[in-house]
Design a binder for this molecule. Structure first.
Ligand code: BDR
Ligand code: CA
Length: 330
């Protein structure tokens, strides 16, 4: 049972350079109890995602954390990956040691169900915060197959979507674009099951950044531990984008669990665009004054109203990550 100040979390990942940054934070911060990590195809094919996730948890000296393989492909879309951004192995091609550990024998969806039902049985103090940092395929399958697992959830804080910008296309963010049907199912199921949702999207995603110098300091200690891996991941991104700093990306969503006051958020109705020539996969965030007369809007208001992160205290989140991966947090 988690102590009242420690938040039980499960991460769903497509590791992924910035997923690796998020895993290091979740595995090492004393304010979180990382109960499991589930993997899905996204930045790289799912087998590479599993292998990368195990390597990161080895670097963090967390062989106790269950890792499970999940969906290989989106519900409907063809699989695409983002190895042009994350490297051929999906995690920066760092030649980092392979893990000797095997993933759990259960499918990711079964691990999610088991962890959440177990939390539900233990009571209100033990509810889990689910942090999807990848296409939402596993989460859609979970909530439609085992809706009773929602009893074990405190909330979902996911990286995906945006109110204003895209990256995979001019309209759409990668995680939602990769599996738009899954994202739509998750929002719908969360409305049905009364699950609180926070969207940590592209409006804030790029802002918490680590400099090349800070990365070099992390690498300097060597030893193939968390700090060295963290520094090398940031350095890879600086090189890839020809920049003097790099975002911690998905790790910001974990920061939003640890320090929720570090983001400014608004409760807003959100839909996922499932058609559209140029806009498929966009999160349509309704920022109108919908206390007014919407009777002429044939669509009406989205049934899913969620917390949308619109601004972030970027230096605070960067420091939270840096202090944790360098071992300065106690
Ligand atoms: C998201 O897409 C992936 O490439 C990153 O890991 C992150 O989860 C950003 O759009
Ligand atoms: Ca990711």
């Amino acid at each position: 049972m988690a102590s009242s100040s420690v938040v039980p979390v499960v991460l769903d990942v497509d590791t992924g350079v910035d997923d690796a940054c998020a895993l290091l934070l979740a595995a090492l911060h004393p304010g979180l109890e990382l109960r499991a990590v589930t993997c899905v195809g996204g930045n790289a094919p799912v087998d590479a995602v599993v292998a990368n996730t195990l390597r990161v948890l080895d670097a963090a000296r967390r062989p106790d954390v269950v890792v499970a393989r999940g969906a290989e492909r989106p519900l409907l879309e063809e699989s695409v990956d983002a190895r042009h951004v994350h490297g051929q192995d999906g995690m920066g091609d760092l030649d980092w040691p392979k893990s000797q550990r095997e993933p759990d024998g259960r499918h990711a969806v079964e691990v999610l169900r088991d962890v959440l039902l177990d939390a539900a049985a233990r009571g209100a103090d033990d509810l889990v915060t689910l942090v999807p940092l990848a296409p939402l395929t596993n989460i859609a399958l979970l909530l439609r197959t085992y809706p009773e697992a929602a009893r074990g959830l405190r909330e979902i804080v996911f990286m995906g979507g945006a109110a204003h910008v895209g990256n995979a296309t001019a309209s759409a963010e990668f995680n939602v674009f990769h599996d738009p049907e899954a994202a739509a199912v998750v929002l719908d199921a969360c409305a049905d099951l009364d699950i609180a949702v926070t969207m940590y999207g592209l409006d804030v995603f790029y802002e918490p950044r680590i400099s090349r110098e800070e990365a070099a300091d992390l690498v300097a200690g060597g030893g193939h531990g968390a700090a060295e891996l963290a520094g090398r991941l940031v350095a890879f991104q600086c090189d890839r984008f020809g920049s003097d700093s790099a975002t911690i990306g998905d790790a910001g969503a974990v920061c939003a669990v640890l320090a929720p006051e570090g983001v400014q958020r608004e409760k807003l109705p959100v839909r996922v665009e499932l058609a559209g020539t140029w806009s498929r996969g966009r999160t349509i965030v309704d920022r109108r004054d919908w206390t007014g007369d919407l009777s002429h809007d044939p669509h009406g208001q989205a049934r899913s109203t969620i917390d949308v992160c619109l601004e972030v205290d970027a230096r605070r989140y960067a420091d939270l990550w840096l202090d944790t991966v360098s071992g300065r947090t106690s």
